[in-house]
Write a protein that binds this ligand. Structure first.
Ligand code: SF4
Length: 265
């Protein structure tokens, strides 16, 4: 277990971690998976595509992709050149095409074309690591999961929830601090915070809702006015209308985000 702030007991660390989670829940009541999907199949494909690119880019190509290949069977039989063309904007499109076709072939051969709902099966699929498996379990199957991506790993360290760089260890350390029922939403909130406020290079400490409980406060900009300028997406200066819409209609957050991405933010 990674120590929290110096001399902090496990109980103290848990309390502080849960305060941070509550503050993040208040700040992002609209947090959700930022990849668009309608089924476990669409989510697993979108997650594979999201490697080394943004969710926004993936969301731009998946409507066409899933119209053309609505299920594992059709994608397994795809013309690789055509699949490559559609997914090209997401980068590494040759490797991703190979992975997706291998993944879909396995789904067809061993799982009757369906995505399995168990971690042990998911991680054996081509192109699917623990992160992808947890995203799929948490969001498409309702099985609690902690999704350790680059944002989650960075923030878990800054919060003092872990001292590890290893995603499996981070998942285990953070898992000890929270009830399983909180894992999936916690993952969304922490990733939201990493994308909007606690950036890798310039964290906006002076405009951060969890600054009171963060041992890394001060590693970024602490001047409130300067820090506000570093905020991104709906928290960015000038995006007040989008933010109030998201806060007013949390249940429609994914839809509102999609609408806002169709026009320049
Ligand atoms: S106080 Fe700073 S380092 Fe801590 S979470 Fe906020 S932005 Fe990140």
């Amino acid at each position: 277990m990674g120590a929290g702030a110096a001399g902090e007991s496990l109980l103290g660390l848990k309390r502080r971690a849960r305060r941070i989670n509550r503050a993040l829940a208040e700040q992002y009541p609209y947090a959700h998976a930022e990849l668009d999907f309608r089924s476990p199949f669409e989510l697993v494909v979108a997650t594979v595509l999201s490697a080394q690119t943004t969710d926004v880019t993936v969301n731009q190509i998946t409507p066409l992709l899933f119209t053309r290949y609505p299920d594992a069977r059709s994608m397994a039989e795809a013309d690789p050149a055509e699949l490559e063309t559609i997914i090209k904007p997401t980068g590494f499109f040759r490797a991703k095409t190979r992975n997706l076709m291998a993944l879909c072939n396995r789904l067809v051969d061993e799982y009757n074309g369906e995505v399995p709902g168990r971690l042990a099966d998911l991680v054996t699929l081509p192109g699917v690591g623990r992160k992808t498996a947890n995203v799929v379990l948490g969001n498409a199957f309702g099985v609690p999961g902690i999704t350790v991506d680059t944002h989650f790993g960075r923030l878990a360290n800054r919060f003092g929830w872990t001292e590890s760089d290893d995603p499996v260890k981070i998942e285990a350390d953070v898992g000890e601090l929270f009830e399983p029922k909180d894992w999936t939403m916690l993952s969304h909130r922490v990733v939201f915070h990493g994308r909007r406020v606690c950036h890798s290079r310039k964290p906006a400490c002076g405009a951060c809702a969890v600054a009171n409980w963060c041992p890394s406060y001060g590693m970024g900009e602490t001047d409130p006015e300067k820090a506000k300028k570093l905020l991104k997406y709906e928290l960015a200066p000038g995006q007040e209308e989008l933010l109030s819409k998201l806060l007013a209609e949390t249940h429609r957050a994914a839809e509102i985000r999609m609408e806002s991405q169709r026009r320049p933010l």
